[in-house]
Design a protein around this ligand. Structure first.
Ligand SMILES: Nc1ncnc2c1ncn2[C@@H]1O[C@H](COP(=O)(O)OP(=O)(O)OP(=O)(O)O)[C@@H](O)[C@H]1O
Length: 226
C-alpha cells in the first residue's frame, strides 16, 4: 500500500478529531490502537474517503480521497465496527453479490466470484441464510466476504473482534492473518496487532507512537495508566 497523509487534519465543528499529521504508510500489516475517542476511526476513515480532511490531504495508491473519491472507495474496502450496518440485502449470497452490481458481469461470473468469496472464509454453508439471523462471528466473516468480493487492494477493519466470544475471535483473527490484501486493523484487542509490521498509537487526536508493536503497546499502557 502507499497511503500518504500530508498535513491532514479533521475538525467536526469546534472539535479537533485529528491534529495536522504528515505520514506515509507502506507496510502490508498496520495496526491502530488508542483510548476511546483518540481519533483512530477518524484516521482510518480518511483512508477510504468516508471522512474528508478539513485541511491538508490524503492519497491512496496515488489517488486523492477528495478528487478521486469513487476510485478510492474501490481501492480501499472498509469493514465497519458494527458490520450489521453494512449488510444491505436480506440473504447472505445476495449481499455478497450486491457489491458486484453495475459492473457488467454475467450472472455466472457474479456467481463464481460470490462462491469464491464465501469459500475464502469457509462460510459456503451460510449462503442462503438470513443476514439478520447470523451470529456475531458469522456476521463479521460475511462482511469481510462482501468487501473482498469487489477486489479492493487495501482492507480497513474497524474493531473486527468486538463482542466476539473466544472461538469466533480466533476464527476472525485467523481469517485476518490469512488475508492476502494489505490490511489496516483498528482494535482494542491487543492480541490482534501484536505481530503487525507497524503499530500506530493515537492519543487525543495526535499520533503518540509509531513503530514496533511491543514499544507501541508499552507506551499505550503508560498513557492508559494501567
Ligand atoms: N461525525 C462526528 N461528529 C462529531 N464528532 C465526531 C464525529 N466522529 C468522531 N467525532 C469525535 O472525534 C473524536 C475522535 O473520534 P473517533 O471515533 O475517531 O475515536 P476512536 O479512537 O475511534 O474511538 P473509539 O475507540 O471509542 O471507537 C471523538 O471526540 C469523537 O467524539
Amino acid at each position: 500500500m502507499d497511503i500518504r497523509f500530508t498535513d491532514c487534519a479533521v475538525r467536526f465543528g469546534e472539535r479537533v478529531a485529528l491534529h495536522p499529521l504528515t505520514l506515509t504508510l507502506n507496510e502490508k500489516r498496520i495496526g491502530i490502537i488508542g483510548l476511546n475517542g483518540s481519533g483512530k476511526t477518524t484516521f482510518a476513515r480518511l483512508i477510504n474517503g468516508l471522512v474528508k480532511p478539513s485541511s491538508g490531504g490524503v492519497t491512496v495508491n496515488g489517488l486523492d480521497t477528495i478528487k478521486d473519491d469513487r476510485a478510492v472507495l474501490s481501492e480501499a474496502g472498509f469493514i465497519f465496527q458494527n458490520p450489521h450496518n453494512q449488510l444491505i440485502m436480506p440473504i447472505v449470497a445476495e449481499d455478497i453479490a450486491f457489491g458486484l452490481k453495475n459492473r457488467g458481469l454475467s450472472r455466472e461470473e457474479v456467481d463464481r466470484r460470490m462462491q469464491a468469496a464465501l469459500s475464502r472464509f469457509g462460510i459456503e454453508h451460510l449462503a442462503r441464510r438470513r443476514v439478520h439471523e447470523l451470529s456475531g462471528g458469522e456476521t463479521q466473516l460475511v462482511a469481510m466476504a462482501s468487501v473482498v468480493v469487489t477486489d479492493p487492494k487495501i482492507l480497513i477493519l474497524d474493531e473486527p473482534t468486538n463482542q466476539l466470544d473466544l472461538k469466533n475471535r480466533r476464527r476472525v483473527a485467523v481469517a485476518i492473518d490469512d488475508l492476502p490484501e494489505d490490511t489496516v486493523v483498528i482494535t482494542h484487542d491487543l492480541g490482534l496487532v501484536e505481530n503487525v509490521e507497524r503499530l500506530l498509537l493515537f492519543h487525543e487526536g495526535r499520533l503518540a507512537f509509531d513503530g514496533n508493536p511491543q514499544d507501541a503497546i508499552r507506551r499505550y499502557h503508560e498513557i492508559a495508566g494501567c
